[in-house]
Design a protein around this ligand. Structure first.
Ligand code: NAD
Length: 488
């Protein structure tokens, strides 16, 4: 049967490339557990081949002016717009997202691409003053060389656009390590870059497992900048290995993001945003609001409304469904295990807590939206990311205690507070340990021109996208010249 399945190869030097070992991984449909396709199980040699292609193409690409590079990226944007439905359908099939979510993500990726394509006409340096008479000084941005971009499957086309467009506009050539669970969208995007006129070798895709396919990008001396989005554990390893050889490393890692509800909040709005933060994309967001901290006087009202709302969310992959499955069986099993551990540690499962048993969902990797209360703030599920539709509730006496609890994990990615008081909102936003602080909205919602990244174990201090991404993907050079006036 597997011979008739589609096989998703690598993309090297402008064409499809089969894995040198002829080994393939099975990729399953998250909605029904059936085999969907096979994915190249790339070896170290495959990754090195892609790095060679990128190294060779770098020369031509980096010599183009940023404006010209921006025009070519603009043509890729046009192709993405023309084929947006196809991109969205591909994401929906691979990840199990409901169609409106897949379309929304594709729209976000296009905006991202558009923003960085137009950066070709800006890519500003600075004009500097000097203490030396006749000396003029300025900075320019120069590419680093080969960019190794490693992405997860949670928002696959957005993740690809997030890293690829800033890397390319700065003049780097790219090797993208696609996620095991979203291989086809990476190949589709690669094909589209060729159709749009990107020179061969400037954008390459390596499929397969993190180790060895992704790890080779981290260890190979020819990869000058590594941008990784994924789990904190893998990020630590990349920081160590990439850091040792002094490669530039940008890490976008996990989160356990606090969502604070004050006693003066609009509770219905807070419940609306809390449910979106915790459960949309089946909780598979680095920016998911997975710890809800509520002031005691409104705790019961908030809890009862959230517990009424969660089971009303519709699971499935058809239009209008609120959340789909998680992306693979291993992830589903690890979430169920985390819920069981929470139960054993004294957590009360107020709703959800298991995989649904309905006939049309039972074979997929679904998890019911789950709300847990009564868990100690130091319990595993209160502090570690589960990357699924699971949220814990924590009542607190006052805002000071809410802040203390909000800052009590190793992470620091995003945070939200719901209050009608500007004073409370600003007090909290200034003090919370998070790279993004939102007031009266969800824990997610960054836009292409806004810097995103985290404190603590959520990253290594870089910010992507926004204009700050240019600092990840370019070297800054200071050029000075001395004007002589004695011969005039
Ligand atoms: P993961 O770390 O297991 O894998 C992410 C990618 O890294 C995959 O392509 C994988 O193949 C690759 N990889 C794994 N081991 C590797 C290694 N040793 N060397 C090189 N590459 C390797 O993460 P995941 O479970 O796929 O994704 C979920 C995680 O991503 C969560 O922790 C989530 O918070 C995080 N995430 C962070 C952001 C952000 O912007 N901060 C955004 C989305 C997801």
């Amino acid at each position: 049967m597997s011979n008739t399945l589609p096989r998703i190869p690598n993309w090297i030097n402008g064409q499809e490339a089969q894995p040198e070992t002829a080994a393939w991984l099975d990729k399953f449909n998250p909605h029904n557990g059936q085999l969907l396709c096979q994915v190249a199980d790339s070896s170290e040699a495959d990754s090195r081949c892609a790095i060679t292609a990128a190294t060779d193409a770098f020369q031509i690409w980096s010599e183009l002016t940023p404006v010209k590079r921006g025009q070519i990226l603009g043509d890729i944007v046009s192709a993405m717009k023309r084929r947006a439905d196809e991109l969205a359908d591909c994401i929906a099939a691979e990840t199990g997202k409901p169609p409106q979510d897949a379309r929304g993500e594709t729209g976000g990726a296009i905006l991202q691409a558009e923003y960085f394509a137009s950066e070709g006409m800006r890519l500003h340096g600075r004009s500097l003053t000097s203490g030396m008479p006749g000396k003029y000084s300025h900075t320019v941005r120069q590419p680093l060389g080969v960019a190794g971009l490693i992405v997860p499957a949670n928002t696959p086309i957005a993740n690809i656009a997030w890293k690829t467009f800033p890397a390319l506009i700065c003049g780097n050539a790219v090797v993208l390590k696609a996620a095991e669970d979203s291989p086809r969208i990476a190949l589709l995007f690669a094909q589209l870059t060729k159709e749009a006129g990107l020179p061969d070798g400037v954008f390459n895709v390596i499929q397969g497992r993190g180790q060895p396919a992704g790890a080779t990008l981290v260890s190979d001396e020819r990869v000058n900048v590594i941008s990784f989005t994924g789990s904190t554990g893998v990020g630590r390893w990349i920081a160590e290995v990439g850091g040792k050889r002094l490669a530039r490393v940008s890490l976008e890692l996990g989160g356990k993001n606090p969502f604070v509800v004050c006693d003066d909040a609009d509770i219905s709005q807070a419940v609306h945003w809390a449910a979106l933060s915790a459960f949309s994309n089946a909780g598979q967001r680095c920016a998911a609001g997975s710890r809800i901290i509520v002031l005691k006087s409104v705790y019961e009202e908030f809890r009862d409304k959230l517990v009424a709302k969660a089971p009303s969310l519709k699971l499935g992959v058809s239009a209008g469904c609120d959340l789909g499955p998680v992306v693979n069986k291993q992830q589903q099993q690890s979430i169920l295990k985390a819920i069981e551990t929470a139960r054993q540690q004294g957590g009360h499962i107020l709703c959800g807590g298991s995989a649904p048993s309905e006939h049309d969902l039972a074979q997929g990797y679904y998890i019911q939206p789950t709300v847990i209360e009564g868990l100690a703030t130091s319990a595993e599920l209160s502090c570690t990311e589960v990357f699924g539709p699971v949220v814990t509730l924590h009542p607190v006496e006052n805002l000071a205690e809410a802040l203390q609890l909000a800052n009590a994990t190793e992470y620091g990615l995003t945070a939200a507070i719901h209050t009608r008081s500007v004073d409370r909102a600003m007090w909290f936003a200034q003090r919370v340990k998070a790279g993004v602080a939102n007031i009266n909205m969800g824990t997610y919602g960054s836009e292409p021109h806004m810097p995103f990244g985290g404190f603590g174990a959520s990253g290594n201090g870089t910010r992507e996208p926004g204009v700050e991404a240019l600092d990840v993907y370019s070297e800054l050079k200071n050029i000075s010249f001395l004007v002589r006036t004695d011969h005039l």
